[in-house]
Each structure stands twice: as structure tokens, then as C-alpha cells.
Design a protein around this ligand. Structure first.
Ligand SMILES: [Zn+2]
Length: 143
């Protein structure tokens, strides 16, 4: 799923040596996360594992499925000309693979978002180096 023109040009991430693979993958429609040699999986991008401090890290591809851990409905954007409609939902999403990330929930009314709701990653491509991960609800029931 593709989301267009939600990104605010003034607030786009600036990839660095550590985070560039994450944003480049998202630009290509893929959600990736890091895993250390001892098996700890995490986001956001770091130069060492937040659990065991290993620097032996690899990137893995996520299936993009997860659930809403918690969320907030934003009625007043951080600045008046934010190029997206309000209200919108900012959520903490836990991927099936374990890592968690903050994102937005798209394609649904804010009042319909629930903790525990199943979501699937979608992507907003800014350019070849930067893509943004956003989520939308999954209709199918989860076991
Ligand atoms: Zn670790």
C-alpha cells in the first residue's frame, strides 16, 4: 500500500550511516529491522544492540504485520500547514518479529483504531533514499 503526500518536507528524516538502510528499504517498499548475533531484534536503527550491546548486527526483512500497542489521536498538528488532514493517529506498533516503532495509522477513522488491532505496513516514498513507514488496519481476524 502506498501513501502519498503525507510527509512534511520540513520534518523529513535525514538518514545517517546507521539509519540509511532503514529509510532506503522503506523507499523500496520494504520494512527492515536489525538483529544482533545473539538474536535480539530491534528498531530504530542503532550501532549496537540495546539489550546486549553487541555490535555484530544484521538487517532483516519484516513481513510488515503487527499490532497497535498504544496510540494517540492528533487533533492539532505540530504546525498549521502540516500537509495532511486532521485528526490523524500516531501509534506505537509492535511487529510480529518483535521490534516496535512509532508510525501513523492510515486508511481508517481515528475512532476506529484500537489497542491490539492488527495492522500492515505501507510505505510513502519520498525519494530513492527516504521512505516512510505507515500502517493501515488489516481486515482479517488474527488468531
Ligand atoms: Zn543483542
Amino acid at each position: 500500500m502506498q501513501f502519498d503526500e503525507l510527509a512534511d518536507p520540513e520534518a523529513l528524516p535525514v538518514p545517517n550511516a546507521v539509519s540509511a538502510p532503514f529509510f532506503a528499504a522503506a523507499a523500496g517498499g520494504e520494512l527492515v529491522f536489525q538483529r544482533c548475533a545473539r538474536g535480539h531484534a530491534f528498531l530504530y536503527a542503532r550501532s549496537l544492540c540495546p539489550v546486549c550491546h553487541s555490535t555484530d548486527l544484521t538487517w532483516e526483512s519484516s513481513a510488515g504485520r503487527g499490532e497497535v500497542v498504544t496510540f494517540s489521536v492528533v487533533h492539532r498538528p505540530p504546525w498549521n500547514d502540516l500537509p495532511r488532514p486532521v485528526p490523524y493517529v500516531v501509534a506505537l506498533v509492535r511487529l510480529d518479529e518483535g521490534p516496535q516503532l512509532l508510525s501513523t495509522i492510515e486508511g481508517t477513522e481515528p475512532g476506529e483504531v484500537r489497542i491490539g488491532q492488527a495492522v500492515q505496513a505501507g510505505f510513502e516514498r519520498v525519494d530513492e533514499a527516504v521512505g516512510l513507514v505507515r500502517f493501515h488496519p488489516v481486515d482479517t481476524a488474527r488468531s
